[in-house]
Ligand binder design. Structure first.
Ligand code: ACO
Length: 431
């Protein structure tokens, strides 16, 4: 039987249907709220607002659950790799052998950045921030491939397949080129290699010496990217959907999502974590100063890599990556003092009432930087790595929006709290 929610306001009763998701998530269908009552819901930050129906990712923040298309992140981390998970996230099913081969082929064929596009780099200063370069260059894909810069893919699904594979593959190549640009090194072109090996080749090969990734290194990179493949309606994904809802094309929407990711409270946190750990190391501190400062309540002194807008229990990705840290470092025969600092900091915070009472646990960013550092990826590239990993999730969400025949442009309301109507004051009369 259809359940309803009752709202009584101004002595009038209104009923609204209740919706239930496949995992039992409950919602009140308030699409007619304003029309029927004249009221809107005030929900600053949208923490209680379902902006869409989606079949991509299920997240239960209270119980630390994350599943893509029904598959747990733990199982994907154990058995899958980044390209396969990307396919799953975008298309809804694990690929069969032929689909996996065709997808891999499409990624390889679209890996290179054509000469015309490479010239964009010449316009950037040598030390330009990587995320600023990434968003501009990804946005320029719409200018270089106008035939794919459409949102009308339902008519021609092959075109979407091409645009999606191109975006994932080229974001990865652009990422490697950004690294080389910042270092003043010549670009290294992609080769016929698996996705992550190709990235490492484009980052670290030199004209005089090929870089051959150790299997452990390629595996660790696959894990890092896979961990980021999608994460429900976070800030950058919501941006992707919002921009896509205007009919904006895939590449333009991706540039917007990359910009949203760049903030320190979102994708920029992995960089901030490493800076924090490095400061603790340099100050020869045990982390107490950072923990005490974080408890002061100021946004600027938060313990980076701790807390999450949705997880009120552990972040399952942090568990997987935290465990992988030890394995990867051991396999590479490396040790990192920052890993010991991170572990001590985690233990100290988890015993502290401030963090316990607020349910603040390590998030995915707390340990991911340690692995990336072990792979030779510099700190200023961490958020770019996050963007490469998140590209399938953004694309899948954009596809849901673009292919929804009943979709509407995203347009939240507001509560206006500015001045009420007043008369224009001529310049001579102003104080
Ligand atoms: N350090 C110290 N205090 C914190 C932290 C932190 N890292 N995170 C939250 N708090 C405090 C808040 O100040 C608030 O305190 P109050 O109740 O006394 O006012 C309380 O904990 C509850 O905050 P939340 O509502 O859980 O935080 P919110 O949902 O607004 O923010 C966020 C979530 C942005 C992730 C926050 O925890 C944070 O800034 N963490 C550090 C940055 C970070 O690691 N970001 C990466 C997130 S994961 C990702 O984007 C991939």
């Amino acid at each position: 039987m259809q359940k309803h929610a009752l709202i009584k306001i101004d002595d009038k009763e209104h009923t609204f249907p209740v919706m239930t998701g496949t995992e039992g998530e409950k919602a009140i269908d308030a699409r007619n709220l304003r029309k029927e009552t004249g009221y809107i819901f005030y929900d600053q930050g949208y923490g209680n607002t379902g902006s869409c129906e989606s079949s991509i990712t299920y997240l239960d923040g209270d119980n630390g659950v994350l599943r893509h298309r029904g598959y747990t992140i733990e199982e994907l981390a154990e058995h899958s790799d980044f390209p396969e998970t990307a396919y799953l996230v975008i298309y809804g099913e694990l690929p069969n052998a032929a689909q996996r081969k065709a997808f891999g082929q499409l990624l390889r064929e679209n890996a290179a950045i054509e000469t015309q596009m490479q010239r964009i780099f010449e316009g950037f200063p040598k030390d330009a921030p990587p995320m600023a370069m990434l968003s501009s260059i990804v946005g320029s894909l719409a200018a270089h491939y106008p035939q794919l810069a459409t949102n009308n893919f339902e008519k021609d699904l092959q075109q979407f397949d091409l645009a999606a594979a191109m975006a994932i593959s080229k974001i990865r190549t652009i990422g490697a080129m950004i690294y080389r640009h910042n270092k003043g090194l010549p670009f290294v072109h992609p080769k016929d290699l698996p996705f992550c090996n190709n990235f490492l080749h484009m980052m670290f090969s030199e004209p005089y010496q090929e870089y051959a990734a150790l299997p452990e290194v390629a595996k660790a990179l696959n894990l890092i990217l896979l961990m980021h493949a999608d994460h429900e309606q976070n800030c950058s994904t919501s941006t992707m959907r919002m921009v896509g809802s205007s009919g904006a094309n895939l590449f333009t929407s991706l540039a917007a999502a990359i910009n949203a990711l760049s903030g320190p409270l979102h994708g920029g946190a992995n960089t901030a974590v490493m800076q924090m750990l490095q400061s603790i190391h340099d100050e020869n501190d045990d982390g107490t100063r950072f923990i005490e400062a974080a408890k002061g309540g100021s946004k600027s002194s938060r313990l980076m890599g701790f807390g999450h807008a949705v997880y009120r229990n552990f972040d399952p990705r942090a568990k997987i990556i935290g465990q992988a840290c030890d394995v990867v470092l051991k396999k590479l025969g490396k040790s990192d003092p920052l890993l010991d600092i991170a572990k001590n900091l985690e233990q100290a915070a988890l015993k502290d009432d401030y963090f316990i009472s607020r349910k603040l646990y390590p998030n995915v960013d707390f340990y991911s930087g340690i692995i990336m550092r072990a792979l030779g990826i510099p700190t200023n590239m961490f958020t770019v790595m996050f963007a490469i990993g998140r590209s399938p999730g953004w694309i899948a969400n954009w596809r849901e929006v673009a292919s929804n025949p009943k979709g509407r442009i995203y347009r939240p309301r507001q509560i206006y709290v500015g001045p009420v109507k007043r008369a224009y004051v001529p310049l001579a009369n102003r104080k």
